[in-house]
Write a protein that binds this ligand. Structure first.
Ligand code: ADP
Length: 260
């Protein structure tokens, strides 16, 4: 708690208005501090879990494993946890770099149709056993001026989620067109959907609708916050419409040129 709110005797006079501004600022600061505290707690928690697993497995290995095959399995599993931690740290670094200096964009002409078609091919390889039908439809060929790597990451994250959260046999489609002077990309899935009370939070760092299940899926809860940050750096926005049990639509709007 940062301190006491000021009493406002008369909100009309100058002192009263000053006091109200002060109280407002105090509230915003308190909110910001709470977010920072929550964030550190989340980071610690997210990194502690894989570390605990690593430690446990290594101890078990040292104690009991005899055959090369047993060591192989342990190393394999350790590697997965290490990769998980690297991924978390990479994402956090990206996010904090972005917050400090604003996101630095390396601008080039990006053919969104080409990019999305290539990404859909890759998305089919994420989990081929699931038998998902994944398709890209380019209604309008669109080239935007943007950062190819970052845009690629945005759509990869969305497709990755669509694959993760859509059960076997489901359908995913990516549609590119233009809408009110912007490029519009919709990533549509027929998956788990997102319950309405969770929707306002899914772009927050580490927010996951179902913590237990997503750990098994390798989810970290940072993909959407990164996606939003990169889209906004381009002067665009990202929206979601979703219904639990039916599926989700994530829509990205991008201006044809940054600042334009
Ligand atoms: P994660 O690494 O957990 O997927 P994200 O930031 O990408 O993290 O997503 C945050 C949460 O939003 C996910 O954990 C999941 O609960 C929900 N979510 C995201 N995309 C979808 C989707 N296409 N269908 C259902 N739920 C989704």
């Amino acid at each position: 708690n940062l301190g006491h709110r000021l009493e406002v005797d008369n909100p009309q006079d100058e002192i009263g208005r000053l006091a109200e501004t002060f109280n407002d600022t105090l509230e915003r600061l308190e909110y910001a501090f709470t977010r920072v505290r929550q964030f550190s707690a989340d980071v610690s928690h997210e990194l502690r879990t894989p570390l605990t697993i690593l430690r446990g497995e290594t101890e078990v290995g040292l104690r009991w494993a005899k055959e090369p095959e047993e060591f192989r399995e342990l190393f394999q599993s350790n590697l997965e946890e290490i990769n998980r931690m690297s991924k978390i740290i990479e994402c956090l670094l990206d996010l904090s770099r972005a917050e400090e200096g604003g996101v630095k964009l390396e601008l080039a002409e990006v053919d969104l149709g080409d990019l999305l078609e290539a990404l859909v091919q890759q998305a089919r390889l994420i989990d081929p056993d699931k038998g998902l039908r994944i398709a890209a439809t380019v209604e309008t060929a669109v080239t935007v001026r943007g950062d190819w790597l970052k845009l690629r990451q945005v759509f990869m994250n969305l497709l990755d989620n669509a694959v993760k959260y859509t059960p076997g046999g489901g359908e995913i489609s990516v549609v590119l067109d233009t809408n009110s002077g912007m490029a519009r990309v919709a990533v549509i899935d027929s998956g788990a959907g997102i319950p309405v009370d969770h929707l306002p939070h899914i772009f927050e760092r580490f927010y996951r609708v179902d913590k237990a299940r997503n750990r098994a899926d390798g989810g970290v809860g940072l993909g959407l916050s990164l996606a939003r940050m990169f889209v906004e750096a381009h002067g665009g926005r990202i929206e979601v419409v979703s219904e639990a049990g039916k599926g989700s639509v994530f829509t990205v709007y991008l201006p044809f040129a940054v600042g334009g």
